[in-house]
Design a protein around this ligand. Sequence first.
Ligand SMILES: NC(=O)c1ccc[n+]([C@@H]2O[C@H](COP(=O)([O-])OP(=O)(O)OC[C@H]3O[C@@H](n4cnc5c(N)ncnc54)[C@H](O)[C@@H]3O)[C@@H](O)[C@H]2O)c1
Ligand SMILES: O=c1ccn([C@@H]2O[C@H](COP(=O)(O)OP(=O)(O)O[C@H]3O[C@H](CO)[C@@H](O)[C@H](O)[C@H]3O)[C@@H](O)[C@H]2O)c(=O)[nH]1
Length: 332
Amino acid sequence: MSGHATVLVTGGAGYIGAHAVLALTEAGYRAVVLDDLSTGERAAVPDDVPFVHGSVGDPDLLADTLERHGVGTVMHFAGSIVVPESVEQPLAYYRNNTLNSHALIEACVRAGVERFIFSSTAAVYGVPDRMPVREDSPTEPINPYGRSKLMTEWMLRDAAAAHGLRFAALRYFNVAGADPKGRAGQRSKVATHLIKIACEAAVGRRGEVMLFGDDYPTRDGTCVRDYVHVSDLADAHVAAVRHLEAGGENGVFNCGYGHGYTVREVLDAVERAAGKPLSVRVVGRRAGDPPELVAAKDRIVAALGWQPRHDDLDTIVRTALAWERRLAAATG
Ligand SMILES: NC(=O)c1ccc[n+]([C@@H]2O[C@H](COP(=O)([O-])OP(=O)(O)OC[C@H]3O[C@@H](n4cnc5c(N)ncnc54)[C@H](O)[C@@H]3O)[C@@H](O)[C@H]2O)c1
Ligand SMILES: O=c1ccn([C@@H]2O[C@H](COP(=O)(O)OP(=O)(O)O[C@H]3O[C@H](CO)[C@@H](O)[C@H](O)[C@H]3O)[C@@H](O)[C@H]2O)c(=O)[nH]1
């Protein structure tokens, strides 16, 4: 066992958190997961990783967990993630993403937790006017989800200045794919992400894929996104812990590869991986979709030494499809 203090992974029973647990344990860290299982599943947490069932909004549970496990670093993945839902239920999003993050940050400051890694999002930028998007671009989120996350970044910045908490906020672009060894993947019962939806269609779990708009000012008229493999993202979190442990600067870091694919290119890749055509129906634009979102990645590469291993659309899609096949086989 390593000499590192334990890492508390909130939301570790969810999609990205489960991959972070794998990356942490492979890097020699002890992890403990806290999750309320609102969207995550107990089965996503390996048997040898301690699991605490409860909410990050529960101060007594947090104080007990931080103390009992000797937590030195918190990775905070727990949250609500569906953008249109955040428009319909803004107060629920501010509660789970902002108020509960406040409770967690406060508990960390009280308990003397040294480091905090936060799951932020490209949604904090809103509709950027320059590509690729740099971390110093204006943050003008266009939905409650993005605002609820940006407020947490602000709380971290202020708590760092006042109380010495060290932090890294990672602004994820489009997270996709699954653990190449098949140990984890995206389970969400109600999928909203493009690659997940296309893979569900490829395994026969849905009839068709709706393509939201082909009249954007892009190379084929469909939106461009920077898809990042979830295992590379998990590695970025480990790199962030090491960076802070080594006395590196606090900050916000984009997490993307710096190049994007159109929706049509993604669907082509899924067809290639599946070896059969998808049924695709072009419908109108989805509200709030920027035409293009691509990360500037210089900062994360320079500061954290992040080295992506799966920067390849076919790999992302192949691992996502393999996971979807496992899910289909398991659930029938
Ligand atoms: N998936 C993406 O494309 C994406 C993009 C940008 C940012 N993010 C952020 O990454 C984080 C993880 O997202 P994900 O895709 O793994 O989602 P997910 O829904 O699979 O995981 C979230 C996990 O948090 C748990 N959770 C929710 N509220 C909780 C609470 N109050 N207390 C304890 N546990 C709670 C859920 O049960 C679930 O296991 C989120 O904070 C999300 O905002 C995700
Ligand atoms: O059934 C679908 C689903 C999506 N899309 C399109 O595919 C692209 C990607 O959409 P999606 O996978 O839903 O991701 P985004 O809307 O780009 O948002 C994701 O990426 C953001 C950061 O960029 C995160 O903040 C969000 O949490 C996360 O949902 C967009 O152009 C969508 O219009 C379709 O055409 N059909």
